[in-house]
Design a binder for this molecule. Structure first.
Ligand SMILES: [Zn+2]
Ligand SMILES: [Zn+2]
Length: 227
């Protein structure tokens, strides 16, 4: 597997299913932001192998929110690596099964419930809050961006000029917010994008679609101003 970093030490893993997975390599070892949909654990381990790192160096997985296209491979990876899972406190109950997942709205939601992947629950090792600093990639600050889910987060480094957005926004055929049918509170989700756009960053790494490289916060701000 040929891996090319988006910025030094951060890789957008190729060959994932729905939902991105970003691999981070730093002096402390390896970490993941999101893990895509179930069935990609082997691909992720292959990527770690391509960096010539042992899998046990994966110490941290941050899921930007509970959805199965972000937490899908946590269980399989934790078994192989001993990594610890961190999610925002407001999404932890959906991850560990205390609160049932939101049913998708509309006719497609009914189909997804009947034929889509089954909900699962996995234990959470640590809960995150707005302003916490996760000690990966030189230190990433948790930015609470609720709406898509109650505990959707971004991970921000002002110093490095980058942010992981989770599903606050997507970059699939242009910038967009996630579908209302899978979003807990669409109005709050739009407010969170406006909040994200007040930060200052060159690079945005979305939960879906291509990284936004160069003047990313300006591009997002311009987009929200056209709403
Ligand atoms: Zn997603
Ligand atoms: Zn989502």
């Amino acid at each position: 597997m040929d891996l090319h970093p988006v910025v030094p030490g951060i890789y957008a893993l190729p060959g994932m299913k729905t939902g991105r997975s970003y691999l981070i390599e730093d002096a402390r070892g390896l970490a993941l932001v999101d893990t895509s949909t179930q069935g990609c654990a082997a691909r992720i381990l292959e990527a770690i192998d391509a960096l010539r790192r042992p899998a046990r160096e994966l110490h941290t997985i941050v899921a930007t929110h509970y959805h199965l296209d972000h937490t899908g491979n946590v269980a399989a990876l934790r078994e192989r690596t001993g990594a610890r899972l961190y999610v925002h406190a407001a999404d932890a109950p959906y991850v560990d099964g205390r609160t049932p997942w939101m049913a998708m709205r509309g006719p497609l939601g009914g189909l997804a419930a009947r034929f889509g992947p089954r909900p699962y629950s996995i234990s959470v090792d640590g809960e995150l809050h707005d302003g916490d600093v996760v000690p990966i990639a030189g230190g990433l600050t948790v930015v609470h961006l609720p709406g898509h889910t109650p505990g959707n987060i971004g991970l921000y480094s002002r110093e490095r000029g980058l942010v992981f957005t989770g599903d606050a926004l997507m970059n699939v055929f242009g910038l967009r917010t996630p579908l209302d049918m899978s979003t807990h509170d669409p109005a709050q989700a739009r407010d969170s994008v406006r909040k994200l756009a007040t930060l200052d960053f060159e690079i945005a790494l979305p939960g879906h679609g291509a990284p936004i490289i160069g003047r990313a916060s300006e591009k997002i701000r311009g987009w929200t101003e056209r709403w």
